[in-house]
Design a protein around this ligand. Structure first.
Ligand SMILES: Nc1nc2c(c(=O)[nH]1)N[C@H]1C(S)=C(S)[C@@H](COP(=O)(O)OP(=O)(O)OC[C@H]3O[C@@H](n4cnc5c(=O)[nH]c(N)nc54)[C@H](O)[C@@H]3O)O[C@H]1N2
Ligand SMILES: Nc1nc2c(c(=O)[nH]1)N[C@H]1C(S)=C(S)[C@@H](COP(=O)(O)OP(=O)(O)OC[C@H]3O[C@@H](n4cnc5c(=O)[nH]c(N)nc54)[C@H](O)[C@@H]3O)O[C@H]1N2
Ligand code: SF4
Ligand SMILES: [Mo]
Length: 727
């Protein structure tokens, strides 16, 4: 089968089944020609696709608007010298200019002076090619990506505990059959609306939901029990719940002995976290800590213990007695102790024996469209394809063999994202950005913008003129989701084929063509640019790795796309894929899960007299990430036109702010100003801002560059701030 099978650009009545350009749910969608729409296409849910079953959120439903040529870049742009404006140029001129500047930088300052910043929304083919381009063409160690801001803490924690990081080690649909869910720092009602149905089904089946979030979100509204901790104190809360399990003999001694190591040290630490002490640190009433622990263990809630399937809901399937899951997202992970906090939650799941068996386990809810796949195939500073370590001699040998270069020519590990951006303009002199808009989304964004401005050369590949592209010397206008074939791995480790539905507009080329064009000019002709061919090479490069894709191909993915799909690892062409991991053994060398002894570190930046409150940040339903795409969609912009500051009536009264007033939120880094939204859905010592906007309302003007030492994750979700009326 040739490439044409995946590029359906023909009849006006044709329906192309593909996947949403945005989040990690990767909802299946059907695109139909619609001459009335500026993009020529209309999106609808794809009923047979098992994850979203026909549902789309409002972002997915309006995603075709960003295909409209009127919304996007149509030609390469070039800034000829520092004080010049960006002007349209030909592709050859833009590629020649960029290649010349990259060569000049490497000649003057060494190969290490050139860096790449990628994105977790890019297809595998793009992410893999960026990694190969860095190591083979540029021969620089310096490549990292925005996934560092997103999933890195949970990834590091899963590797420590289970030896493997696959966001959900089971299909999302399994949550409907687990008895108790502990959902920590996720507002999935807004961030993955079609996923909510599985949580609703779980409660209809007789299950219980506990939500941990400093805000009473639409997700928390669904919970049987909602705990509202002080931001940044999750590790202490998890230790307190473990304390209760130990004190009340609710731990699973048999499971701990049979399947895990390291409990003794963790037990000793947990004994120091009695519920009243937890209340003092986390602001969660001791009684709620006890109730949550008992509910999670399946004790004292009327659930558990009947030894079989409970069919209490209409669906007749019920939840399985004694099962439970802990799911985390960015609230608990984007902290200065993010990996430790996640391990504290994993410790709780292991102690309760709720892992490594059906309808049990820990999962991280991955965020970006290819957040999972983007961290498997070499776009990360310390990594080679197949989720291999770049420091592992056998991994280097294998991947170098696939690439046809000597293993000792591959550079070593580079710097994690925050450090990479901070070294721009000093030892990094030239940077290529693809698939991220750090001027809006990076922590301490004003500092980051100043570092980018200090570069000798910045090139950006994007669909639109993002705030970051606007700073560039060269902007490459690229094709996006429905205009090209590519593969993605969703939050369940399910590998998906995104099919092309429409021809790209005039003047636009793929990121893959940009890399191919630069490689040729930098003396490495023949760099692959065909997605299906690149995927075949990626599959070979991943063979034998943790994330083994070697049994996958475009043909297999195409054929499997309406069924369960194919979950990695999938090591041979007849392997059925692995929807559920860890049922027999965990991914560590000896197959046993590890308890990780973690303490509770204070949030590093504790409130002071000058900065007495905490800022936490996150998302709203109608905007996506830095907003580069969704701020260009009319209906989404009408729904959420700008930033805001959410604050409790008591805090508003204390600082003299009324509804709608312009509020200034100031930290040691800087200020953001946005209108007040006053309600009692948030703790009275904490304010919340979404991060989707540039300009005065930019939340990341206030956030800090402090990172988690284990994973490099920035502490986006706690900063000490002052709050006042902006005059
Ligand atoms: N609409 C929309 N959907 C998206 C995205 C988007 O930008 N917009 N982005 C996608 C991506 S990349 C991601 S990563 C996901 C993120 O998905 P989520 O993690 O669900 O989103 P957030 O809003 O960042 O954070 C979730 C919650 O964490 C809470 N929180 C803050 N501090 C703490 C804390 O200390 N502890 C705990 N337990 N909770 C805390 C916040 O109040 C917030 O409600 O969403 C994906 N889906
Ligand atoms: N304060 C605060 N800040 C945060 C967070 C938070 O919770 N709070 N969350 C963090 C998280 S989890 C994340 S994931 C980051 C995300 O933040 P960013 O990394 O800025 O992510 P996006 O806005 O999705 O940027 C993607 C860019 O790529 C472009 N694009 C789309 N498709 C393609 C393509 O195929 N090729 C190329 N070259 N470009 C394309 C889009 O137009 C857009 O400009 O933000 C982080 N920042
Ligand atoms: S939930 Fe995520 S994947 Fe599904 S339609 Fe919305 S943005 Fe797209
Ligand atoms: Mo993310």
């Amino acid at each position: 089968m040739g490439m044409d099978a995946f590029a359906d650009t023909t009849a006006a009545t044709a329906v192309t089944r593909t996947h949403c350009p945005y989040c990690a749910l990767q909802c299946g969608m059907e695109l139909r020609a619609d001459p009335a729409d500026g993009s020529g296409l209309r999106a609808a849910g794809w009923e047979a696709f098992p994850v979203n079953k026909g549902a789309l959120c409002q972002k997915g439903a309006t995603a075709t608007e960003v295909l409209n040529p009127a919304a996007r870049l149509g030609s390469p742009l070039l800034r000829r010298h520092r004080d010049a404006e960006l002007e349209p140029v030909t592709w050859d001129e833009a590629l020649d200019f960029a290649a010349a500047r990259i060569s000049a930088t490497a000649a003057a300052h060494g190969r290490d002076a050139v860096g790449i910043f990628g994105g977790g929304g890019l297809t595998h083919e793009k992410a893999y090619s960026l990694g190969k381009f860095a190591r083979v063409v540029l021969q620089t160690p310096h490549i990292d990506y925005n996934g560092r801001f997103c999933m890195s803490a949970a990834a590091a924690a899963s590797q420590r505990a289970f030896g493997v990081d696959r966001g959900l080690p089971f299909p999302l649909a399994d949550v409907a059959h687990t008895d108790v869910i502990l959902l920590v720092g996720s507002n999935l009602a807004d961030t993955m609306p079609p996923a909510l149905r599985y949580f609703t089904a779980q409660r209809e089946n007789g299950g219980r939901l506990i939500v941990v979030d400093p805000r009473r979100t639409r997700t928390a509204e669904q919970a049987d029990l909602h705990l509202q901790p002080v931001p940044g104190t999750d590790a202490a809360l998890a230790a307190g719940m473990l304390h209760v399990l130990i004190a009340e003999h609710l731990i699973d001694e048999e499971f701990i002995a049979a399947r895990t190591d390291g409990f003794e040290e963790v037990r000793a630490e947990a004994l120091r976290w009695w519920p009243e002490r937890v209340e003092a640190v986390c602001g969660v009433p001791a009684g709620d800590v006890r109730a949550a622990a008992r509910m999670f263990a399946g004790a004292g809630t009327g659930t558990g213990g009947d030894g079989g399937t409970k069919a209490r809901g209409d669906s007749g399937t019920g939840t399985r007695a004694g099962t439970g899951m802990i799911l985390t997202a960015r609230g608990t992970e984007q902290q200065a102790d993010g990996a430790d906090a996640v391990n504290a939650w994993i410790n709780l799941a292991l102690a309760a024996g709720k892992a490594g068996r059906p309808y049990c386990g820990y999962g991280a809810i991955t965020g970006q469209g290819n957040g999972q796949g983007g961290r498997e195939h070499g776009q990360k500073a310390d990594q080679l394809p197949g989720y291999r370590k770049i420091t592992d001699p056998a991994a280097r040998e294998h991947v170098a063999g696939v690439w046809g270069v000597p293993a000792d020519s591959l550079p070593g590990p580079g710097r994690p994202a925050v450090e990479l951006l901070a070294s721009c303009g000093t030892d990094i002199r030239a940077l290529l950005v693809a698939g991220s808009n750090p001027v809006v989304s990076a922590p301490d964004a004003a500092f980051v913008a100043s570092r980018l401005a200090a570069l000798d050369f910045l090139a950006v590949c994007d669909v639109v003129l993002s705030e970051t592209a606007a700073l560039a010397d060269v902007v490459f206008p690229v094709t996006q989701w429905a205009e090209e074939a590519g593969t993605m791995t969703n939050l369940e480790g399910r590998v998906l084929l995104r099919r092309q539905a429409v021809a790209p507009p005039e003047g636009v080329r793929s990121d893959l063509d940009v890399l191919g064009g630069l490689a040729e000019r930098l003396g490495s002709p023949g760099f692959l640019t065909e997605p299906a061919v690149i995927f075949a090479e990626l599959a070979r490069a991943s063979a034998g790795g943790v994330a083994d894709y070697s049994g996958l191909s475009y043909e297999r993915l195409d054929a499997s796309s309406e069924g369960e799909g194919l979950h990695w690892p999938c090591p041979t062409p007849d392997h059925p894929g692995t929807p559920r991991m860890f049922l027999d053994a965990f991914g560590t060398p000896d197959g046993r899960a590890r308890f990780v002894a973690v303490g509770h570190e204070p949030a590093v930046e504790e409130p002071t007299a000058e900065f007495p409150y905490r800022l936490t940040t996150g998302r709203v339903l109608a905007q996506y990430q830095s907003g580069a795409q969704t701020r260009r969609v009319r209906s989404l912009n009408a729904a959420e036109p700008g930033s805001f500051v959410q604050l409790h009536p008591d805090l508003a009264a204390a600082v003299g702010v009324a509804e709608g007033d312009a509020v200034r939120v100031t930290s040691r880094r800087g200020s953001a100003v946005a209108p007040a939204r006053i309600n009692d859905l948030i703790r009275s010592d904490t304010v919340f801002m979404p991060f989707h906007w540039a300009g005065a309302g930019r939340a990341n003007s206030v956030t800090r560059r402090t990172t988690d030492p284990v994973s490099g994750m920035p502490a986006f979700k706690t900063a000490a701030v002052r709050v006042e009326v902006a005059r």
